[in-house]
Design a protein around this ligand. Structure first.
Ligand code: PAF
Length: 283
């Protein structure tokens, strides 16, 4: 696997692959890789002969009170995992490559509407940071397709909308959440949990699963949301939000909407955990 820090080196290699007629799949990450990321790389390999990953802990998507400085950085381990998974090139740009004149005056990409609710309401500016870096990385790599994990359901919708609105020539593929044996969604932030917290964390997935069954049996969304909030709080987590939404655009569902997603965010110790479950309500 090639590891490149500089844009010219990235572009040179990608240009050579394209000239040889080879499609490129791209998996952007912030590093500290786990099985969820590796699943994206393996899926990418099915779609294209060349796979590019990036590791960049993007300061623009963290608010000043969030965990940018503490965010786990494990570069050697990440490179070994990517090599084993069959990644061809790892792009590890420095902050100066991404924000050459500083992030404050850098052009931003904003996807209004879908960015403003749920995680966007709790983390103002977060999705501007995400859309900006993903747009920039897509322009740098110019892949045929890019892959994202569905644990970040709202992020996937923001990126799809950005790609559609800006007519970016890239296909977006989303991949189901990878879970630990007890149901906890894999996340780099799970590493913040103490052993006692880790034992409680699966309550989110359990509660979402129970709520999805209730919704399919006819329970109204506010009641299902209240049940999840109670279960999460009983286990000692601090719920941020629990919300049943239309899966297509995260709008408030009407009784006629069938394709739904129930999303949750909760604080546990130093970690803010998110998860979601998609469900099709029967007629
Ligand atoms: O999901 C993530 O890890 C990040 O938000 C992403 C897409 C790599 C952008 O920094």
């Amino acid at each position: 696997m090639h590891i490149v820090e500089l844009l010219d080196d990235l572009r040179g290699q990608c240009r050579a692959w394209r000239a040889a007629g080879e499609r490129i799949a791209f998996v952007p990450t912030m590093g500290n890789l786990h099985e969820g990321h590796i699943t994206l790389i393996r899926e990418a390999r099915k779609h294209a002969p060349r796979v590019v990953a990036s590791i960049f802990v993007n300061p623009l998507q963290f608010s000043p009170t969030e965990d940018l400085a503490a965010y786990p950085r494990t570069p050697e381990r990440d490179a070994a995992l990517l090599t084993d998974a069959g990644c061809d090139l790892l792009f590890t740009p420095g902050v100066d490559t991404i924000y050459p004149h500083g992030q404050e005056t850098h052009t931003r990409v904003e996807v209004p509407g879908v960015s403003d609710l749920l995680c966007g309401a709790s983390r103002p500016g977060h999705f501007i940071g995400v859309a900006t870096i993903v747009c920039k990385l897509l322009n740098m790599v110019q892949p045929d397709l890019a892959l994202f994990g569905e644990k970040d359901f709202q992020q996937c919708l923001v990126i799809r909308r950005m790609v559609a609105d800006l007519a970016l020539p890239v296909a977006i593929i989303t991949v189901p959440t990878v879970r630990e044996a007890d149901g906890l969604a894999m996340s780099s932030r799970n590493g913040y949990l103490t052993a006692a917290e880790r034992a409680r964390a699966p309550v989110i997935h359990r509660a979402l699963t129970a709520a999805a069954q209730e919704l399919c049996a006819g329970t109204a969304p506010p009641e299902a949301e209240a049940q999840v909030i109670a279960a999460i709080a009983d286990a000692g987590l601090r719920p941020d939000y629990v919300s049943v939404r239309r899966a297509v655009d995260l709008g408030q569902p009407t009784a006629a909407d069938r394709d739904l997603v129930i999303l949750a965010a909760a604080y546990l110790g130093r970690a803010r955990l998110i998860d979601n479950l998609r469900l099709i309500r029967p007629n």
